[in-house]
Design a protein around this ligand. Structure first.
Ligand code: FES
Length: 195
């Protein structure tokens, strides 16, 4: 026979279990809107999202600018002649071996790239953030001599070579940034994401 005490204890257990279950449901109900409010908006996600680009559109010697996270990212198709110039002026560069962490590890090499012919760099001067001008013209007007091709910042005269490495004796302290990127196919790159 079940006595009164056992019935009371059973009721209490039932009440505790029912309260916990209601509490659990309430917690989930509150937690979902909170997490949702912390998620980035679709527009914010798109603004920070990686960008795909077909590099086969870039003719040899050309530079094309792609927007990524509101920044100009250059895709430069370097010719064999352009690549041959990279070793000619190491002694005039501030960081010829890319020792500063201005590139992902897979671009810490003499061409600062995954494939030598394609240079990918954020086109923002490391001095005060102007956009340097592409000057591939050898010994062109208004440039120091010798000049093997590269970039001139219009704001305070900083100079970079065709691997976007900064020259000595200019205001910019660092090489241009190489963003994370990877090859999805032979001709399609994804900027903003790597392996
Ligand atoms: S911002 Fe480029 S040299 Fe000053």
């Amino acid at each position: 026979m079940v006595n009164d005490k056992e019935v009371d204890r059973g009721k209490r257990r039932f009440l505790i279990a029912a309260t916990s279950a209601v509490g659990g449901v309430a917690t989930v109900g509150v937690a979902i809107p909170f997490i949702a409010s912390m998620l980035p908006s679709e527009r914010a996600k798109a603004a920070g999202a990686p960008v795909k680009f077909d590099i086969s559109k870039v003719e040899p010697g050309m530079l094309v600018t792609v927007q990524w996270r509101g920044k100009p990212v250059w895709v430069i198709h370097r010719t064999p002649q352009m690549l041959a110039t990279l070793q000619l002026h190491n002694n005039r560069l501030r960081d010829p071996n890319s020792n500063e962490p201005q590139q992902p590890p897979y671009c810490k090499n003499p061409t600062r790239s995954i494939k030598p012919e394609y240079m990918i760099a954020v086109g923002i001067c490391t001095h005060l953030g102007c956009v340097p001008t592409y000057r591939p013209d050898i010994n062109g007007a208004g440039l120091p001599h010798p000049w093997e091709g590269g970039f001139l910042c219009p704001c305070h005269g900083s100079l970079y070579d065709l691997a976007c490495r900064v020259f000595k004796d200019v205001p910019a302290p660092l090489n241009l940034v190489v963003p994370p990127h990877k090859y999805l196919t032979d001709t399609m790159i994804k900027i903003g994401e790597d392996a």
